[in-house]
Ligand binder design. Structure first.
Ligand SMILES: [Cu+2]
Length: 167
């Protein structure tokens, strides 16, 4: 009986030892996830960034990659403040103007303008935005000062909200 309990305890520890989500690669932000549809049930779109918060040094170049599976583009767009609550998130007041600034074509989902600079050069102000084509890889420079917190959204999938902490 004692032996059996030990065996169960060992199994339990194996379950707990399952690998946690790998930490994102330094200076890299990746779009991941896809969509699941249940007939007469739901649509579950879990396209997302691979972390909620990234820490990047002021002046660093960040690589943005798409590894999501729906064949859709994304954008990394700085916003003044992360919206709170389902409705505010889905309404995404910033998203329409961001799509316009990118000269996005809603039919082809291509951007006429891949980089939108709102403030000074580089990413430091709300409205700075870069387009990430499906399966693409682009880079941008974080020029905000140390201590800044840059909230960002994907203008196409407004629940893709995360933050860059500048160190
Ligand atoms: Cu997106």
């Amino acid at each position: 009986m004692i032996r059996r309990i030990f065996a169960l305890a060992a199994l339990g520890s194996i379950a707990f030892a399952a690998p946690a989500l790998a930490a994102p690669k330094a200076n890299t932000i990746t779009a991941i996830g896809g969509m699941k549809v249940k007939a007469n049930g739901y649509v579950q779109d879990d396209q997302r960034w691979d972390a909620d918060k990234y820490t990047v040094k002021s002046g660093a170049t960040v690589t943005l990659r798409d590894k999501s599976t729906m064949g859709q583009p994304h954008s990394l767009s700085l916003i003044a403040k992360k919206p709170k609550g389902d409705q505010a998130i889905m309404e995404c007041k910033a998203c329409g103007p961001l799509m316009e600034a990118h000269e996005a074509n809603p039919e082809t989902m291509e951007a006429g303008k891949e980089l939108v600079e709102a403030g000074a050069d580089g990413f430091d102000a709300a409205g700075d935005s870069i387009w990430l084509p499906s399966k693409g890889k682009v880079t941008f420079k974080v020029t905000a000062k140390k201590g800044a917190k840059l909230a960002f959204v994907c203008a196409i999938h407004p629940w893709m909200l995360a933050e860059i902490a500048v160190k």
